[in-house]
Ligand binder design. Structure first.
Ligand code: PLP
Length: 383
């Protein structure tokens, strides 16, 4: 048998996958609040627009960088929404979701041994992708006491001569934490002082509930040292269309495009057309879905705190990240027993680097959420 690469062999499997393999062994009546994708269908006008393009035969490769029409729409959107300018010719690349953008960004930027500062708890793919790119993922832990926010002093403490990149995601999967403009400004001083480059994953930007989202690149002095990753999966309920984009300095986009043209060629054309329609006419649907996630968040946070699972109020995403009660040794124990005893599936926080919390997704109907919360309550109270 051929031996696979030792780097890949040593990568830990995704904690989410391990848990959901367990869920698959259970009966069908499990309520899952574990999913990381919208429970809404893609708004019909978006699908319809793409179907029309397929019928008309627009189903070939596109430019490696993505359809110019889409890059122009993205450029216009970013200027109108966040007052940042990106040239659609050479500062925007269409990617297969943020997933591809993240992978090729890290591979474009990392020299062997470079440190990437990862704000933990973090999205499951971050550290493995840094490792695959030859870098060293250096965790900066955030805690519930500071609402899981990265503090400038903690960022400064984590910086060493080898630190090259800060990888940050807000609103954050799994904590839901987001940042105000003032907080980003404070972080930007440390970033500039330590000559860091920022990769900012803002895939949940439209699901920001309590104040306006600020794009990191819009903070003075940051645009030239930032790559923003974004896409259509979460806000527009378009996970399966696999469209995202990266925008940043020309040389970084050129390097990413080089890898992209060898491993992807171009993002599926129908997804790109769908994304054009999403940007032109999708805002109303996004606002309606975000309102519903917010309503569910409010309900879950209130119920969890009543039940005794201490929980901060996430400023965005469709996740809630409560602490497990003191009589459980870990999030894994809590999630495994809840699954077996009450048939409710939540994701243990260790999947994101924090074993004292669990992630609950609001991307499920209110009825299911209500039933699940009743079951969590009876589980915690031991009845
Ligand atoms: N980044 C974060 C923080 C995510 O939560 C996810 C998906 O769950 C992704 C990136 C991947 O998104 P995409 O569907 O655009 O590849």
């Amino acid at each position: 048998m051929v031996k696979v690469s030792s780097v890949v062999e040593n990568l830990p499997p995704s904690g989410i996958r391990i848990f959901f393999d367990l869920v698959l062994t259970m009966d069908d009546d499990v309520i899952s609040l574990g999913v990381g994708e919208p429970d809404f269908a893609t708004p019909w006008h978006i699908s319809d627009y793409a179907i029309d393009k397929i019928e008309k035969g627009y189903n070939t490769y596109t430019s490696n960088s993505g359809l110019m029409e889409l890059r122009k729409e993205i450029s216009k959107y970013l200027t109108n929404t966040y007052s940042v300018e990106y040239n659609p010719e050479n500062e925007i690349l269409i990617t297969v979701g943020v997933s591809e953008g993240l992978d090729i960004a890290l591979r474009s930027l990392i020299e062997p041994g470079d440190e990437v500062l990862v704000v933990d708890p973090s999205y499951v793919a971050y550290s493995p992708l840094v490792t695959l790119a030859g870098g060293i993922a250096k965790s900066i832990k955030t805690t519930k006491e500071s609402d899981f926010k990265l503090k400038p002093a903690d960022l400064q403490k984590a910086c060493s001569k080898k630190s090259k990149i800060l990888l940050i995601n807000y609103p954050c999967n799994p904590t839901g934490t987001t940042y105000t403009m003032a907080e980003l400004k404070a972080l930007s001083e440390v970033i500039i002082k330590n000559d860091l480059f920022v990769i900012s994953d803002e895939i949940y930007h439209q699901l920001t509930f309590d104040h306006e989202h600020t794009m990191f690149a819009s903070i003075p002095g940051i645009q030239e040292r930032a790559l923003t990753l974004n896409g259509f999966s979460k806000g527009y309920a378009m996970t399966g269309w696999r469209v995202g984009y990266a925008c940043g300095p020309k040389n970084v986009i050129a390097a990413m495009t080089k890898i992209h043209q060898y491993n992807i060629l171009s993002v599926p054309a129908m997804g790109q057309y769908a994304a054009i329609e999403a940007l032109r006419n999708g805002e109303k649907a996004v606002i309606e879905m975000a309102e519903e996630y917010k309503r569910r968040r409010n309900f879950i946070v209130q119920r969890l705190n009543e039940i005794g699972l201490s929980c901060h109020k996430p400023g965005g995403t469709f996740y809630v990240f409560p602490e497990i009660p003191a009589n459980f040794s870990s999030g894994i124990e809590f999630a495994n027993r809840l699954l077996k005893e009450k048939k409710v599936a939540l994701v243990p926080g260790n999947a994101f680097g924090d074993d004292h919390h669990i992630r609950i997704s609001c991307a499920s109907s209110m009825k299911k959420i209500q039933t699940a919360m009743e079951k969590v309550e009876s589980f915690v109270k031991g009845v």
